[in-house]
Each structure stands twice: as structure tokens, then as C-alpha cells.
Design a protein around this ligand. Sequence first.
Ligand SMILES: [Zn+2]
Length: 190
Amino acid sequence: MRFEATSTSSYFSRARQSRRGPEASKSLVILLGTYYFLGMATSLRLVPIDPVEANRLRARATVFDVADSFPGYPCRQCLQDAAVGDVLALVSYDPFTLDSPYHSASPIYLHKEDCGLPDTSAIPGQQLRRQLSVRAFDEHEMMLAGEVVNGIELEETAARLLAQDDVAFLHVHNASRGCWALRIELPGDI
Ligand SMILES: [Zn+2]
């Protein structure tokens, strides 16, 4: 089962068609390829699902899928796209903590077994290779802004939104299907 589209191919197409010449295009393709697999270093605070909550959802899961392609099955605990053959639980996760009008759950994948803590020092390739919906909330969990961006723009977009008055945190979702991906805060925020 797949329920996501990827957008990285469009970047590579644009890079190949760049007016800056073949060498510049080649460098851009290499750079994007590095991001695709290794992620992009960030000073922002990436907050994936809490492992305790992830295990609670796993224990209640009734729907499981076997990854039959890569990428396409993004685990929201380890923030990696599952390898072909991995088994994942498809669960409903509510990332909100307060009773605001925006309080809602969304579908997410989790590896069937506990997959540990991710590296949060870099925006994972899982985000960089997708089109994303970035939603900004205040401390009362009221939405103040929302933007759809390509994943490679997430770092800049998140930093800009978090710099705005009253924005306390961001929720990042896949733009196409709305699956929640992670929360982003400024460093030092709770
Ligand atoms: Zn995982």
C-alpha cells in the first residue's frame, strides 16, 4: 500500500535543465543527492513522535503494510523511509495537546517494532524528498500560518515562520495526504 507522492524528481529535472550550465547542474544534482540520503543539518529542534506514544499506538494497531517500494513508507519514529520488506503499522496519531479547533489526528506509519530515536541534528531525507504542508501554531495551538513547500525548502520556511511573533511551534505534514511528519521548534523551546 502506498499513499504518498514524492517530489524530488522534479528538482533533478530542474537541475538538469538549469541555465547555469552543465557543471552547475551536476553540482546541484550531487548536492541534492546527498540531502536525499543523508539529510540536511539544522539548528532547529526536530520533535518526532514520543517513543512511548509510538509503542502505545503499535500495541493497538490493526492495520499493517509491507513496504513494497522506496521511498513511500515513512516511519514517524525513526524518521526514515522504510526499506522494501519492512513491516509497518498504520495508525491514527493526534499530535495536539490542547483543545483547540485545530485539534485533530492524522494517519502515520510506524515500523512494527520499536525503531528507536532518530538523528534530529539534520532534516531527514524523508522530509527533503517530499512536498510538505508546514503549519504554524501559537501557544494555544491556534494556527497562525500555513504553507506548502518542497522539502528542500523546509529549513528556510521553518526558520522564517518560527521567527514570527506568537508562533510557538510548527507541525509538518505530507502535503498530498496530510500525514503528520514531525513537530519543529526553535532551539531551547520546550
Ligand atoms: Zn521506524
